[in-house]
Write a protein that binds this ligand. Structure first.
Ligand code: ATP
Ligand code: MG
Length: 591
């Protein structure tokens, strides 16, 4: 519960190699997306293809044999795929699709674990002009059917086991689904299931055929990504090929990728982070990207960081909290001499977690903010700059952020006064901005006011230009005339050594509108006693004051999370109030 300084300072001497974004203000002042495009594709032209830029540029460059993807199997054995190898495989997959008369604009879904064919299929399909949706492989049949129906999937790439367990029974409900390509089909008992193509056979047949000359343009649809479903039914966000410019620029500025880096993004490609930064951005920079085929395990993750000599690590608050819960001794059994930059996204990163990085791993954790809708990182703590723990950092070059409020007349007004809470807005025009919610035009339109995109998140900007997350507009608690952001309350509780995780909601109350209620999961070794509950209430009151501190604390063995790792406050609230749970398709542990 030690008091900590408000700033983690960076010194130029400790930063090696020299950070990509050193002179932030100067870079922001001269930055243009056109320049980024010119750099990625000198000479330009109309055509633009995300996958060709990610893969073929390096396959045809000076280091074609450099490892693009390193897959770590569940048993720990690593297998490398070079840029040249990835080009060959993805070209073949594009040929195979063309052979099925699948082409530009056709929707292709991938349902698989983090195995090589997933990466080949996503990139190969993009080369062939298809619109790609990777789905999280732990989804059960219902969420798979709903998403494929919304997305009008014409092709599905999956594994034999997943097909039999999850897809066969729903196939009759998906009349648009013409082709199912099954990995491991021919090898399965009885051969590829009826009505499917075997992946390996298709790839072998494609080997001698010329690659199709499919041309995509910057504004062609490339990816369809479903949101996490934290606040309601997941939405399908449409992204176009020019999003690649954001992936490239943010890989450089926010993640500080350099050609020699070994990069590990722990997100699954079923979520936008696992595609933008688990597939596209690292390849664009020609680095080696680690793909762990297994699920989270604290010891395994430390071993991977250590053995693979990961230099840049992009993960999520939920994973960091789980590592914190596992205790510092485990981390100290490993060494991370190459690790030089850690970043996190997806949820508010409590100051306690930033400091844990500094104290246990020797590096602070750099929080950054973005959404499925923004397609790439928008606001970030960056390598060269001081961190204010608890802050999301500052807007990246090419991103114009502001805090806005709605006037009494209903107009959107930009707030200029620092430290004022309001909705976080972005000026439209960045290349990875979503271009629609599939099938929900009205909802899309409502996200914009003039040239501003309204994010639905509440935040404030301080006098130095750092942004601080307050909460989602839907989660903010109104108590006795105060607006309370759950993040602040959760962070204060997290400071207590017994607390592993906290989720805070507003509970309707006849007198004050809402009272603050916290749900707390404890670290191993702590018992949920009445004495501890009183201690936590006291600690929160001391840190936050009586108006903001929770009035009630309930212990839970674990909090409900989305599969992408976010605390589902709406579920805590529904359960507390005995209301319907709503869409739980993304709830972790559910099939
Ligand atoms: P849905 O829109 O379906 O409710 P979701 O908003 O959780 O789900 P995502 O697009 O995966 O779906 O998540 C984006 C949201 O995650 C942001 O709007 C924000 O609320 C939260 N978020 C992301 N990064 C951060 C961060 N660094 N700090 C605080 N919150 C963050
Ligand atoms: Mg959202």
């Amino acid at each position: 519960m030690a008091e900590r300084p408000p700033l983690i300072r960076k010194t130029a001497a400790s930063l090696k190699p020299a950070p990509n974004l050193a002179e932030r203000d100067a870079t922001c002042a001269t930055f243009s997306w056109q320049q980024v495009r010119e750099e990625l594709q000198p000479g330009g032209g109309e055509a633009l293809n995300m996958a060709r830029l990610a893969v073929d540029r390096h396959a045809g460059g000076p280091r074609p044999q450099h490892t693009a993807l390193r897959f770590i199997a569940a048993d720990g054995v690593a297998r490398d795929l070079s840029y040249a190898g990835l080009k060959q495989q993805t070209d073949r997959f594009a040929v195979a699709l063309a052979g099925l008369r699948v082409g530009r604009g056709d929707r292709l879904f991938v349902l698989a674990g983090r195995i090589e064919p997933l990466y080949v299929a996503v990139l190969g399909a993009l080369k062939n002009g298809c619109v790609v949706t990777p789905l999280f492989s732990a989804f059960g049949p219902e969420p798979i059917a709903t998403r494929m129906a919304i997305g009008q999937a014409r092709v599905l790439v999956t594994t034999a086991a997943l097909y039999q367990r999850k897809v066969e029974a729903i196939r009759g409900r998906l009349p648009q689904l013409e082709h199912v390509i099954v990995v491991g089909g021919a090898a399965a008992a009885g051969g590829a299931p009826a009505g499917t193509h075997d992946y390996a056979t298709l790839m072998a047949q494609a080997a001698d055929r010329p690659t199709p000359a499919v041309e995509t343009t910057a504004s062609d649809m490339a990816l369809l990504h479903f949101t996490s479903g934290t606040t309601g039914t997941p939405k399908g966000a449409i992204h176009v090929h020019e999003a690649v410019l954001t992936h490239y620029a943010t890989g450089r500025h926010a993640l500080d990728l350099h050609a020699e880096d070994v990069f590990w993004c722990t997100a699954d490609p079923g979520w936008v982070t696992g595609t933008s930064y688990g597939i596209v951005a690292p390849l664009l920079h020609g680095v080696t990207s680690i793909v762990d085929e297994a699920e989270f395990d604290a010891e395994r993750w430390y071993r991977i960081l250590h053995e693979q000599q990961v230099s840049i690590w992009y993960t999520a608050p939920t994973a960091i909290r789980m590592l914190m819960k596992a205790g510092p001794e485990l981390a100290r059994r490993y060494r991370f001499p190459k690790l030089r930059f850690i970043a996190s996204v997806g949820e508010p990163l409590n100051p306690e977690a930033v400091w844990w990085g500094q104290e246990v791993l020797g590096l602070p954790i750099h929080d950054n903010w973005w959404q499925t809708e923004t397609g790439g990182i928008m606001i970030a703590n960056t390598a060269a700059h001081d961190i204010k723990p608890g802050s999301m950092g500052r807007p990246l070059p090419g991103v114009e952020a502001s805090i806005v409020r709605r006037s009494e007349a209903g107009a959107i007004e930009v707030v200029t006064q620092p430290d004022t809470e309001g909705e976080l807005a972005l000026k439209r025009g960045w290349p990875s901005m979503f271009r629609g919610y599939l099938g929900q035009e009205e909802r899309y339109r409502k996200c914009f006011a003039g040239d501003l995109y309204l994010s639905g998140d509440l935040a404030r900007r301080d006098a130095d230009g750092y942004y601080w997350f307050v909460g989602r507009a839907d989660d903010v608690i109104k108590s006795a005339g105060h607006l309370i952001g759950p993040f602040e309350v959760e962070s204060a509780l997290m400071e207590h050594p017994a607390v592993a995780e906290a989720g805070v909601i507003g509970k309707p109350d006849a007198t004050v509108g809402e009272v603050v209620k916290a749900f707390v999961a404890l670290k191993a070794g702590f018992e949920p006693t009445e004495a501890l509950r009183m201690e936590l209430l006291g600690h929160a009151r001391k840190r936050l004051g009586a108006a903001v501190a929770p009035k009630e604390i309930a212990f839970q063995a674990a909090l409900p999370h989305t599969r992408s790792g976010k605390v589902m406050r709406r579920l805590l609230k529904a359960r507390e109030l005995g209301l319907p749970e709503g869409d739980t398709s993304t709830l972790e542990g559910r099939e």
